[in-house]
Design a protein around this ligand. Structure first.
Ligand code: FAD
Length: 424
């Protein structure tokens, strides 16, 4: 594994920030916030990143223990990470390329399978699967060595916006102010709420149970997904070696039951769903992580920039949109926000300040289409596969088979999943 090299020593967190100013402040210390702060600092903006969890060390994943949070990374994410000089510093032995995706209707049979193939689409891979920590650790390392980036471990409690600057009031006292504030503060975004940006929200009444498994058959670099009767969705994503990462979306009650299963009971569960397709495909499965459950919902902010009275704020990541994980796109979409924001700022006319309303509107316009399309597709797929009538079940299974026969539709689906971004 290569390291992130730098000639500057690693910087400690700023201990007591009293009334500091910067060009840009990024609120949030998730992958989206970190990537954005790093990219802004690399562009030469004096940047402050603030989040309560920034003081935590993110250990690099090691050995046979695989992290609980596993993500599918799209080619657009790879492109952004390469642009930030992160991609080559990641331990690629812990990343699994995905060359095929097989999506089954609730009969689990070949006749209602949608097969997306990198080979047919003329692309080297459809995605990569890896641990959240793997990416976050590497970005974190790069941030620590970035001279233009100051990091503060604290929470924002209040925001004041005037025409010249935005001021953030911190939990531990003190203020931070900047021309532009980027809210990457997650699904419950306090900044979004403080600014009164409304959202459309919907609970899916589902939780996603995640766990990693060792399998006896090779996964063939394939991501599998089964839509089950009643609305459950089981995805098995390939990991390096004979391992897979499961995401099982189900009712909160069933999720609570799944968390209590013994190894033998899990095998019974797998045999009892989708006509036993999972063990037929992957062989015997042995649990190798502690299962965990996450509640699922859909959120879309009405605006991705501050309202008229306080426009010097941009929302990115889960602060702007949250979606069902069935397409594995939430983080990828958030990182596309970062890519577009960085692009918009780097291509700005020399006379424009980074908080120029024209730039913020350009950012918002570009992101709304991509976000709406992806939220719509995942939402409609989720609802279509939750329908329980026999007619609807037959129709959707037939539809999967039909889409599978259309090269044009498949090519379009793959293009959407790859996610186009551009850097100059
Ligand atoms: C089961 C499951 C599977 C998923 N799988 C995939 C996948 O395969 N691929 C994919 O692309 N996406 C996936 N996602 C989606 C992905 O997890 C999220 O989209 C992503 O983690 C959002 O990152 P973020 O940085 O925007 O927000 P978060 O990671 O939530 O970070 C928010 C940050 O804001 C900080 N913060 C909060 N309040 C304050 C405050 N007052 N002041 C300062 N800081 C604050 C927090 O401390 C935190 O650091 C999945 C989601 C789930 C639930």
């Amino acid at each position: 594994m290569s390291e992130v090299h730098t000639k500057h020593p690693s910087k400690p967190l700023t201990p007591h920030p009293q009334n500091r100013t910067a060009d840009v402040i990024v609120v949030g210390g998730g992958i989206v916030g970190k990537a954005c702060a790093l990219g802004l600092a690399q562009q030469g903006f004096q940047t402050i990143e603030i989040a309560p969890d920034l003081g935590q060390t993110i250990p690099s994943p090691q050995g046979n223990q695989w992290g609980q949070r596993i993500y599918a990374f799209s080619p657009s994410t790879q492109k952004l990470l390469a642009h930030l000089q992160i991609w080559d510093a990641i331990d690629h032995d812990r990343l699994q390329t995905v060359r095929d995706m097989r999506i089954y209707g609730d009969r689990g049979g070949k006749e209602d399978c949608l097969h997306l193939s990198a080979f047919e689409a003329g692309t080297p891979q459809l995605a990569w699967i890896g641990e959240s920590n793997l990416i976050e650790h590497t970005i974190d390392q790069a941030c620590r060595f970035q001279n233009k980036l100051e990091r503060i471990s604290d929470a924002v409690e209040k925001i004041d916006v005037d025409p010249e600057k935005t001021t953030l009031h911190l939990k531990n006292g003190g203020t931070l102010s900047a021309k532009l504030v980027i809210a990457a503060d997650g699904a419950n975004s306090p900044i979004r709420n403080e600014l009164g940006i409304s959202t459309t929200e919907e609970s899916y009444s589902q939780s996603a149970v995640v766990a990693n498994w060792t399998c006896t058959y090779p996964h063939l670099e394939t991501a599998f997904q089964w839509f089950l009767p009643g609305g459950d969705i089981v995805a098995m994503l390939p990991l390096p070696g004979k391992q897979v990462s499961m995401v099982w979306s189900t009712s909160p009650e069933h999720a609570a039951d799944l968390l209590k299963l013994t190894q033998a009971q899990w095998l019974d569960q797998f045999t009892s769903i989708a006509n036993g397709a999972i063990p037929k495909q992957l062989g015997e499965l042995t649990l190798n992580s502690t299962p965990a459950a996450f509640p699922l919902r859909k959120i879309r902010a009405q605006r991705f920039i501050g309202p008229k009275a306080s426009p010097r704020v941009a929302l990115i990541g889960d602060a702007a949109h949250v979606m069902h994980p069935l397409a594995g796109q939430g983080l990828n979409l958030g990182l596309r926000d970062v890519a577009v924001l960085l692009n918009t700022l780097s291509k700005r006319e020399p006379f424009r300040q980074p908080n120029d309303l024209v730039l913020l509107r350009r950012y918002e316009r570009q992101r709304q289409g991509d976000t709406s399309a992806l939220l719509w597709v995942t939402d409609k797929l989720k609802k279509l596969f939750s329908a329980t009538s026999n007619t609807e079940r037959q129709l959707r299974n037939w539809g999967l088979g039909l889409v599978n026969k259309s090269h044009f539709i498949k090519q379009h689906l793959i293009e959407r999943a790859l996610g186009e971004i551009d850097f100059e």
